[in-house]
Design a protein around this ligand. Structure first.
Ligand code: F6R
Length: 343
């Protein structure tokens, strides 16, 4: 049994505080929904521009919106973006060059636009072009500010009748999970899953509403726990990835599959999971399942996401690293700045 009290000293930058207050951040963030102006209405599709911890908000929005939402993680926009498009630029720092480049291009095609940021060049661009922007609270790592990047948008689209579940019901559903996952809590389910993943290479499987959540688990394990992790989605993985199991015992002995499950899984997906578990077992490959809780699909997705954030936090502690810093990302951005492009 790890000495969690001692291991907590690894969290020098206090990621635990951002994790602990996630349900309250959601409530605060819903209050920011009013900063997204109503006069953007009349759009036929939504394009969210962002990278990394900011972009995941677009993927989640896409799963729960009743209008088409596409996330663009690139310098350039798809050709079909036009004046019917609502353009949403999300960059926590406001300095991400891909997002700025795509937003500049988008503003030449549509006047329906809004940004979410703490400031930086993105806020300056909005001020210059008279584009509304939602001020996001500073002081977080972008990936730890997800509540402020997602919920103003969910709240706004919900007000317009474009969200399938009520975002106002999510925070309450997450409080119980928070209480179970905080470091003070014994018999902690997040610590338990982190111990299962420790020393292994996690492969996270999602389906439907849990697809963006599986990706979030992978990126949180990368950034918080500083180790490799992979992800794939059902049912697609049944058409390719499973063939790779044949030699996985030899070349991927450290691998462990983690199924993210929801009562909203399609029944045929649920059946596929049962078969996959048998196949994995027969090949001696490790797996584990985590079930989301909550009354709505949105609540279950956020429950699984929040749980994954805690797991990646405890995995960082087991790995002996501070969850917060992301030096390789900063180093790369710095080197790119030295050879500044058109941005
Ligand atoms: C850091 C993180 C990164 C950033 C990404 C884009 O916590 O999650 O993935 O989100 O480098 O930066 P921003 O969000 O400032 O546009």
């Amino acid at each position: 049994m790890p000495d969690w009290g001692n291991l907590l000293a690894q969290d020098a930058s206090r990621m635990v505080e951002a994790l602990r207050s996630f349900p309250e951040q959601i409530e605060r963030a819903l209050g920011l929904a009013c900063r997204v102006p109503n006069n953007l209405q009349g759009f036929k599709n939504v394009v969210v521009l962002g990278m990394g911890g900011s972009a995941i908000a677009g993927d989640l929005l896409a799963r729960f919106s009743t209008v088409p939402v596409v996330t663009v993680r690139d310098y350039e926009l798809p050709t079909w973006v036009n004046s019917d498009t609502l353009l949403i630029a999300i960059s926590y720092s406001g300095e991400t060059e891909e997002t700025l480049s795509a937003f500049r291009e988008g503003l030449r095609r549509t006047r329906r636009a809004v940004a979410l940021t703490t400031g930086g060049a993105l806020a300056a661009l909005c001020e210059e072009r008279d584009i509304p922007w939602v001020p996001v609270p500073p002081g977080f790592q972008p990936r730890a500010a997800l509540a402020f990047l997602l919920f103003p948008l969910l709240g706004c689209l919900s007000r317009l009748g474009y969200v399938r579940d009520d975002p106002a019901r999510v925070a309450a559903a997450l409080r119980g999970l928070r209480d179970a996952c905080v470091p003070e809590h014994q018999a902690n389910p997040a610590q338990d899953v982190a111990q299962t993943l420790f020393g292994r290479i996690p492969v996270i499987y999602g389906a439907g509403i849990t697809v963006p959540v599986a990706y979030r688990w992978k990126t949180q394990i990368n950034e918080n726990a500083k180790q490799p992790a992979y992800w794939a989605e059902l049912p697609e993985l049944c058409h390719n990835e499973i063939v790779g199991y044949e030699l996985a015992g030899k070349v991927f002995a450290q691998g462990i599959v983690l199924f993210l499950r929801s009562s909203f899984d399609h029944p045929r997906v649920a059946r596929r999971v049962e078969i996959l578990k048998e196949v994995l077992s027969s090949r001696g490959l490790a797996f584990r399942e985590v079930w989301g809780q909550g009354e709505t699909a949105l609540a279950q997705a956020l429950w699984l996401l929040y749980f994954g954030d805690w797991v990646s936090f405890y995995l960082a502690l087991l790995n002996g690293v501070d969850p917060t810093p992301v030096r390789p990302i900063q180093e790369l951005k710095k080197r790119l700045k030295e050879t500044a492009g058109s941005g």
